[in-house]
Structure formats: structure tokens, C-alpha cells
Design a protein around this ligand. Structure first.
Ligand SMILES: Cc1cc2nc3c(=O)[nH]c(=O)nc-3n(C[C@H](O)[C@H](O)[C@H](O)COP(=O)(O)OP(=O)(O)OC[C@H]3O[C@@H](n4cnc5c(N)ncnc54)[C@H](O)[C@@H]3O)c2cc1C
Length: 407
């Protein structure tokens, strides 16, 4: 079977030319609009459980929490865009079941949609802490609705405990501090952002948080979260006996890919919906993109599941091009950013694979870029407050992904 034959549902199963996209996050929304940009003339239905029209998630932990942007301003497109481009947007309803033999998707509102191609862009949901089970009011941040609820809780400027010192946890901490809350961050690892940055680059950011009044406590294993019904508030206890009291507790301990629909349909799932480099799942005509997809790392070997905005967007665009007729692989070089206390941190590739590095500027002053190399080849770039330099170095890293390159 040709590459194209595998990507596009074979004729004997063919439904009328109709692409159903599950999930109105950036991967799904970008897939829909790219299909139209590519001249796709079939029907497009974009279905999302979220009641809102597609919006940008990154501002949720930043401007939305700080109250510096209105929710209408984070929409991906003006409301009229979808109908003007003949994209049927169905928000506030889930796809509850897929039948990959009949090529149909059943919606919670009772509709059954036949499809020629289907894109699972179901994203992820916040990982739940076992210690938070049954404790009322512990916040998790993923949707606009959850951001609005957290913003309301922070408005009182009462103390906050954030569990998790990854990028999202630290952005929440910085925003809460900017609002005037006392903030404690509890992290199980021995340093913040341990999945993203080497210790020597995370240290200056750790210092920045402390300087701005955010207390980051590392090596903390949370064993209990207690809600005080009468007086309100919470006590968070660690295994070593330390405790923190706060009016608000936020758990920001990572993302779990949303794979239940794929699993129930019998698709291959392993830390995400398993796809090939073109986003194709184990079922013919069914693709997956964004945080939900687990794809081969064609640069470094093994497999990879991203949890970053640009990666999800670029995968949504690639899958749409493939459906529209141009077989397009997923980009091989993920990149992301984070904003904390006015410092923009940008990361691309795999700095963790670097065996040597070259620093420009001063990491201690949070004004630097670092190129990581392995056997002479660029494998990653980190920049702090150097967006123009990051753009140039990312091109260098992109060039190094070409097979013949030694840069
Ligand atoms: C608070 C926050 C801040 C972030 N900041 C940054 C940042 O600064 N930089 C960065 O690079 N990345 C950031 N990210 C990560 C980035 O936003 C995500 O990687 C990206 O949004 C993933 O897009 P997605 O379309 O794959 O999934 P999602 O955005 O999760 O969208 C998936 C959608 O699918 C829907 N869905 C799931 N199942 C079904 C179903 N069965 N039927 C219908 N709909 C369904 C969900 O409701 C959801 O709306 C941030 C994430 C969060 C939560």
C-alpha cells in the first residue's frame, strides 16, 4: 500500500469527503483552518467538549490570571471566521465513541457523523494528585473556565500554595505574586524546571522567584492536603513533617494525554495515541495531533509526546496537509517558551542531550542564550530574554536536523 493509500481511507470504506476533528485546542483548530488554506473542498466538522470557541491556552497562566487581558482577546480567531470558512464548529459537546470500521463518530448530543478522515486532537488534562482526591476546591489549570475560577480565588490576595515547579506551576506562582499573594511552591525534585533546564540554568530563575517573594521548596513529597471546613483554607503536609497553610491550593504536576476515546476504539495507545511521523494512528483514516499524540523521534530515536503550543500547532498544520493530499511529516524540532516575572525563557530541541555548550551573555542576569552540541552538532538552544537571538539559533538547530549537516 502506498504512503498516500495508508493515509487516506480506502474507497471501500469511503464516506462522503468529510473530515471530523475532535478537539478545539490549537492542534484541532489549526488542522481545520489549514485544510481550508490548502484548498480542501470537503466538509469539515470541528467538535470540542469545551464550551468556548477555540482560544489560546498559554495566556491562561499569565495575562488571564493577572487580569490584564479579557477572555475574548485570547480567541484564536474572530467568531465569524469558522462559518465564513465553512468549518462547522460544534462546541460544548464530546465525541463519545468511534467506530473505525464504519468510519463514524458518535457525539454526546446524539449526532452520528460519518467521516473519510478523522483527527484526534484531544489534548490532555491536568494530572491529579492522589493526595487531592476528595479534597474540595483544589485548583487545576487547563481551560478558560478553570483559569477564571483560579483568578477569582487569587483576587482576595490571600496566601497560595502551588504544588509543582514546572513551567505552568511557576507561571501561576509568578502571576499570583504579581497580584500580591504570598506564594509557596512545593516541588518533589531537587530543583525547579528539572524536566526542561539543566541545574545551572534553572538556578538563576530560582533566585529570581525568591527575589520576587515566591518561596520555592524542593525535595518536598506531599503526603496530605487537608481542607479546613470551618475556618476555610488548606494545610499541605510533606513527608518530612513540614506544613504550609494557604487559602488556595493549586496542583500543577503535569499533563495526562486524553486517550480514552482512542483506547475504546481499539487504537494503539502508549503515553498518548501512537502515530507515525505523519500523524497516522493504527486505524486507517484516523490521525492524532498535539498533546495527545505520541510520535517517533526521528532525530534522536525513541518516541516523544509534546506538551507545547508550537508543536501542537505545527502538527495540526502537517496533518491537514496530509489529508489535503500532500504527505507532510511532523516537525522534528520542538520548541516552547515560558514567561516568569518578565523573563521569557525559550527552549528548542533537546538541551539535555548536549555534551558541550556555548554561552552568550550572562545567565545569572537572565540575559543569555546557550547552544548545546553533541558530537559537534547542535541539539538544543535555551534563551533568556533574547528572542531575536533565539530565532536565529533555532534556525541553526533546524539546519542541524538535515541529514548531511554538521553545524
Ligand atoms: C496554563 C497553560 C499555560 C501554557 N503555557 C504554554 C507556554 O507558555 N508555552 C508553550 O509552548 N506551551 C504552553 N502550554 C501548553 C500548550 O498550551 C499545549 O501544549 C497546547 O494547548 C496543546 O494543544 P492541543 O490542541 O494538543 O490540546 P488542548 O489544548 O488540550 O485541546 C484539546 C481539546 O480537546 C477537547 N477534547 C478532549 N476529548 C474530547 C472529546 N472526546 N470530544 C470533544 N473534545 C474533546 C478538550 O476539551 C480540549 O479542549 C500551556 C498550557 C497550559 C494549560
Amino acid at each position: 500500500m502506498s504512503e498516500r493509500g495508508h493515509a487516506i481511507r480506502p474507497a471501500r470504506f469511503a464516506q462522503p469527503e468529510h473530515t471530523v476533528i475532535v478537539g478545539t485546542g490549537v492542534a484541532g483548530a489549526t488542522a481545520a483552518l489549514t485544510l481550508r488554506n490548502e484548498g480542501y473542498r470537503g466538509r469539515i466538522t470541528l467538535v470540542g467538549a469545551d464550551p468556548e470557541a477555540p482560544y489560546r491556552r498559554p495566556p491562561l497562566s499569565k495575562e488571564v490570571l493577572r487580569g490584564t487581558v479579557k477572555s475574548e482577546r485570547i480567541r484564536l480567531k474572530p467568531d465569524a471566521f469558522w462559518s465564513e470558512n465553512a468549518i462547522e464548529l460544534r462546541t460544548g459537546t464530546s465525541v463519545t465513541a468511534l467506530d473505525t470500521d464504519a468510519a463514524t463518530a458518535a457525539l454526546a448530543d446524539g449526532t452520528v457523523l460519518g467521516y473519510r478522515n478523522l483527527v484526534l486532537a484531544t489534548g490532555g488534562s491536568p494530572r491529579r494528585l492522589r493526595e487531592a482526591a476528595g479534597v474540595p476546591g483544589v485548583h487545576h489549570l487547563r481551560s478558560l473556565r478553570s483559569a477564571t475560577a483560579l483568578a477569582a480565588a487569587l483576587a482576595g490576595r490571600d496566601p497560595v500554595t502551588v504544588i509543582g515547579a514546572g513551567l505552568v506551576g511557576l507561571e501561576i506562582a509568578a502571576s499570583a505574586r504579581a497580584l500580591g499573594c504570598d506564594v509557596s511552591v512545593l516541588e518533589a525534585a531537587d530543583r525547579p524546571m528539572s524536566r526542561v533546564l539543566p541545574a545551572w540554568l534553572a538556578d538563576p530563575l530560582n533566585t529570581l522567584h525568591w527575589d520576587r517573594g515566591v518561596e520555592i521548596h524542593t525535595g518536598v513529597t506531599v503526603v496530605r492536603i487537608e481542607h479546613h471546613t470551618r475556618r476555610g483554607g488548606y494545610t499541605v503536609s510533606a513527608s518530612d513533617g513540614r506544613t504550609w497553610t494557604a487559602a488556595t491550593v493549586v496542583a500543577a504536576v503535569g499533563t495526562v494525554p486524553e486517550t480514552s476515546l482512542a483506547e475504546a476504539a481499539g487504537l494503539l495507545v502508549s503515553d498518548g495515541i501512537v502515530v507515525d511521523e505523519y500523524g497516522r494512528t493504527s486505524a486507517s483514516g484516523v490521525f492524532a495531533a498535539g498533546d495527545a499524540a505520541n510520535l517517533p523521534d526521528t532525530l534522536h530515536g525513541g518516541r516523544h509526546r509534546g506538551e507545547h503550543w508550537n508543536e501542537a500547532m505545527e502538527q495540526g498544520a502537517a496533518v491537514a496537509k496530509t489529508i489535503a493530499g500532500t504527505l507532510t511529516p511532523y516537525p522534528r524540532l520542538p520548541w516552547s517558551w515560558s514567561d516568569q516575572h518578565g523573563v521569557t525563557i525559550q527552549v528548542c530541541g533537546r538541551p539535555d542531550l548536549g555534551t558541550e555548550h556555548e554561552v552568550r551573555g550572562d545567565p545569572e542576569a537572565r540575559d543569555a542564550s546557550v547552544v548545546f552540541r553533541r558530537l559537534g552538532r547542535v541539539v538544543g538552544v535555551v534563551a533568556m530574554n533574547r528572542p531575536a537571538e533565539f530565532r536565529a539559533l533555532r534556525q541553526l538547530a533546524l539546519a542541524a536536523t538535515q541529514p548531511s549537516s554538521t553545524s
